[in-house]
Write a protein that binds this ligand. Structure first.
Ligand code: FES
Length: 512
């Protein structure tokens, strides 16, 4: 339950709640493959590998399928807003074709797995549509429809979307895509993983990796895990020998959901790049209703008034879909790669036994399932046709990714250096209202200070433990957020989301 709004958090977590936690390893371990991260990419990879007869351990810092995967919009589509026209230009027609094939293949594979496991994960076939209301964007949409069709998708350009209760200028429509309940799917996949001999450890944060033969991991609790191969599927990579952080931008996005009469609910999936994104789908609910799920208002973590953005998103949803009764709201986070293609494959140029999956750009369900197959093949000594497209070692960033690479670097530099410059008007402790937080100066040092609802102050270091940027408080979600690479911390400093692997240290405040 959201303490501020009184409505539920993620619908997927509410309707497929976590059971008893899987305990961390009791002692040192030796396995064929260690997968760090229990989201869709990590669990899919682990499942592919146990099917090959590998001994696999999944090491999840928190609970499986409860991070980004538990907070997604849960669309399974190969149409990713406006990616194909860009790919056609940057990676050539063959690159766009491989992207389309790999994503479509992932959806087909997930459908087969759901059937094989006999899981009721509310699978529904649906069309995916990218629309615009602004007629000035019609050229972009036509080019995208053309590029997506050339890439092999059943794409068409249309000027009407009859299911939507408002007019659009135009849209790209791709039929034969899908939507589902991601946690029901993943919990069934995990049950099968365990049946086949795989092991899942929750509450197990990995804090060190030594590459070698074998690789050796160390957990926060001091346990060693020796593994022939290591897959890093922690959303934002916690070990980054390839400096991938220079090519990934974190993006936080808000979700509101509410019930709507079945006959008014759209059955297809919609997205527009306008208004900082609006994404719409519906899911089965009860009592003659469906749940309308609306996502949007993306922003860099730690840089927005999140409550105001929630208001804007729910205002838009309520106005566009009259009769909507809000029941849930939550937020999610993903990473955009500078060339719009996920980074999946060997971790760096010298790596022989370490792999990574990251940078899904908001399309982590088809992307995570695709990554599972790609990494399953790679660890097994085979290469998918598209492994070169996704290879993290694929290019010299400044040459090919030009503008977006430099823009991201400039933003990080601004947070790293600029946030250290003396503030014109540093807030005083007395100015922090209950339920809020602020970075203040105490004795010349920056402190991240939160005032709880009882009025007590709690201080932690303001420097993110990843690479030292200054955190900012998200009042709506009660979390410290780092704008550089998206680490998130609770008010008491413990880690909510990496890449940081150490909490913010507690700090003392002077007596009032
Ligand atoms: Fe990298 Fe904070 S997440 S410096």
């Amino acid at each position: 339950m959201d303490a501020i709004t009184g409505i539920q958090g993620s619908y997927w977590l509410e309707t497929a709640p976590p059971g008893a936690p899987a305990p961390p390893p009791a002692g040192d371990l030796t396995v064929d493959v260690a997968v760090i991260g229990g989201g869709i990419a990590g669990l899919s990879t682990a499942w592919e590998l146990v099917r090959q007869g590998r001994e696999v351990a999944v090491l999840e810092a928190d609970r499986i399928a409860a991070g980004v995967t538990g907070r997604t919009t849960a669309k399974l589509t190969a149409l990713h807003t406006l990616v194909y026209d860009r790919l056609r230009r940057t990676r050539g027609p063959e690159g766009a074709r491989l992207y389309a094939r790999s994503q479509a293949e992932a959806i087909r594979h997930a459908s087969e797995i759901a059937g094989e496991l006999g899981v009721d994960c509310e699978w529904e076939e649906a069309a995916a549509c990218t629309y615009a209301e602004d007629p000035d964007r019609l050229g972009e949409l036509r080019a995208e429809a053309d590029a997506a069709r050339e890439a092999g998708l059943p794409a068409e350009f249309v000027t009407e979307l009859p299911e939507l209760p408002f007019e659009v200028a135009g849209a790209v429509r791709v039929s034969g895509q899908a939507q589902f309940h991601p946690r029901k799917y993943l919990l069934a996949l995990t049950d099968d993983l365990r049946r086949r001999g795989g092991t899942v450890y929750e509450g197990t944060r990995v804090v060190a990796l030594t590459e070698g033969e074998p690789c050796v991991l160390r957990t926060e609790a001091g346990v060693s895990v020796r593994a022939g191969e290591v897959v890093i599927a922690t959303h934002y990579p916690v070990f980054d020998r390839a400096l991938l952080f220079t090519r990934l931008s974190p993006r936080r996005e808000l979700v509101v959901a509410g019930t709507i009469d079945e006959d008014r609910a759209p059955r297809d999936m919609y997205i527009t790049p306008e208004q900082a994104t609006r994404s719409v789908r519906s899911a089965p609910y009860r009592d003659g209703k469906r749940l309308l799920i609306v996502t949007g208002e993306h922003f860099t973590p730690g840089t927005a008034d999140v409550e105001e953005r929630f208001d804007r998103l729910s205002g838009w949803a309520g106005e566009r879909f009259p009769g909507l009764t809000f029941t849930h709201r939550w937020a999610t986070q993903d990473n955009d790669s500078t060339d719009s293609v996920p980074l999946v494959g060997r971790l760096h140029h010298g790596s022989r036994h370490t792999y990574v999956a990251t940078g899904f750009g908001g399309w982590g369900l088809s992307g995570g399932i695709m990554a599972g197959r790609l990494l399953g093949d790679l660890v097994g000594g085979r290469e998918a046709d598209w492994s070169g497209l996704y290879d993290p070692r694929r290019l010299a960033p400044v040459v090919r990714e030009g503008k977006s690479f430099l823009k991201h670097q400039a933003q990080v530099a601004r947070h790293f250096v600029g946030d250290r410059l003396p503030s014109m008007t540093p807030p005083a402790l007395a100015d922090i209202p209950p339920g809020h937080g602020a970075v203040v100066r105490v004795g010349g040092q920056r402190r991240a200070v939160h005032r709880d609802e009882n009025g007590s102050l709690h201080a932690v270091s303001a420097r993110c433990t990843h690479l030292g940027c200054v955190v900012a408080f998200n009042n709506a979600e009660q979390a410290w957020e780092c704008p550089c690479h998206g680490s998130r911390f609770a008010p008491d400093g413990h880690i909510l989301q990496g890449p940081a692997v150490r909490p913010l240290e507690r700090r003392e405040l002077p007596e009032a």
